[in-house]
Design a protein around this ligand. Sequence first.
Ligand SMILES: Cc1cc2nc3c(=O)[nH]c(=O)nc-3n(C[C@H](O)[C@H](O)[C@H](O)COP(=O)(O)OP(=O)(O)OC[C@H]3O[C@@H](n4cnc5c(N)ncnc54)[C@H](O)[C@@H]3O)c2cc1C
Length: 341
Amino acid sequence: MMLRFREDTGQPLSVHQWGSIKLARTEEDEPQLREEIDRGHALGVEVGPIDPATARAMVPWLVADRALAMWYAPGDLFLDPADLPRAYAAALANEGGRIIEHAEVTGFHISGRAVEAVQTTLGTVEAPVVVSAAGAWSRKVGELVGARLPLWPIRHQLLITEPLKEVADGQPSVRIMDAKTYVRPERGGLLFGGYEPDPLQIDLRAQPPSFDISDTPIDEGPLRRKLAEVAEEMPLLQEAPIAEVRGGLPTMTPDGHFIVDRLPDVDGFFVLTGCNVGGLSTSPALGDDLAEWIVGGHRPAALEPFGLGRFGSEYDDEDRLREACFATYAHKYDQGETVAH
Ligand SMILES: Cc1cc2nc3c(=O)[nH]c(=O)nc-3n(C[C@H](O)[C@H](O)[C@H](O)COP(=O)(O)OP(=O)(O)OC[C@H]3O[C@@H](n4cnc5c(N)ncnc54)[C@H](O)[C@@H]3O)c2cc1C
C-alpha cells in the first residue's frame, strides 16, 4: 500500500526500499529465523538465506561471522514516520474531509447505547461512527465511554549517529534477534533502536492533560547497553558520535497483537490501538480493513484476531495487565512475535 500510495490517494509518499537483513546468533533463534523464511514464502514475500560474505558486501559495517543464520528480504522498506500521516491528511483534505487540530476529545454523547457526538475543547461534532485511535491515551479516551482497554504505553527509544563514511544510502536495515536491536542508515549516519529488558511504563491517566509525547523522559543508558550487546557485529557503532536520541510511547498488549474492534456496549464506537511498536507500518492496512467494516457493516476476516473478546478477565487485574504488556515488549522478536517493529 505504501508503494502504490500515490496511485491510490494522489499524494506522494517517499519510501526507501533498501531491503532488510535479520540475523540469528543463538541456537534458539536459528529455527525461528528459518521458519520466517518459510512463512514469508507462503505469503509471497521475497526472502531467503544469505551468508556472512553476502551480508558484508551489502552492509560493509556489519561483521556477521558469528551469525548462525540470516535472511535477506530485498522488498522491505522504510519511510520518514511523519510523512505517512501527513500524506493521509493531505489525501483526506483532497477528498473534502476536514481535520480539526488541537481539539481535545473530552467526552461523547451517547443516546440509548449508540454514540451520537464527540465533545471536544473546540466544540461538539456530530458523529454516528467514532474511531478512537488515541495511541498512548487510548485507555483514557476509552474510559470516557466506560470501556477498559487492556494495554500499557511503554517507552521505546532510538538514537541517530552523526554521518559516518562507511554508511551509504541503499544499505539494508539489520536486525539482531537476541539483542532485540535494529539498525539502518539515516541522514548519512546510523539509526539504532532496541527493546530494553526493563522499559519505562507511563500511565497517561496519571499525567497532566498537557502531557505531550515529547515530554517522555529520554535515557541514553539503555541504548548504550544495547550497543554493547552488538559490539562484535557493529564495532563502528560503538564509538560513533550520537547526534540525537528520541523516543515515544507505543502501546503494548498482553499478546503483542493490535486491538481493532467495535465496543460491545456502545454502538458505532470503534477502537484502533495496541500498536506494539508496529503501528506505523501496519496502519494503512488496518485502516483500510476498518473502513471496510464500518462502510460494509461486516468485520473483515483479517481483523478477527484483533478483537477485544480474546482477552480474559485476568487482565482486569491492573498488575497482571501491566506485567503482561511489559513482557510483550521485553520479548520482542522472540518466538511467536509476528509484528514488524
Ligand atoms: C522510537 C520509536 C520507533 C518506532 N519505530 C516503528 C517502526 O519502525 N515501525 C512501526 O510500524 N512503528 C514504529 N513505531 C511505533 C509507531 O510510532 C506507533 O505504532 C504509532 O505512532 C501508533 O500510532 P497511533 O495512531 O496508535 O498513536 P499515536 O501516533 O500516538 O497517535 C495518537 C494521537 O491521539 C491523540 N489524542 C490522544 N488523546 C486525545 C484526545 N483526548 N483528544 C484528541 N486527540 C487525542 C494524540 O495527540 C495523538 O496525536 C515506533 C515508535 C517509536 C516511539
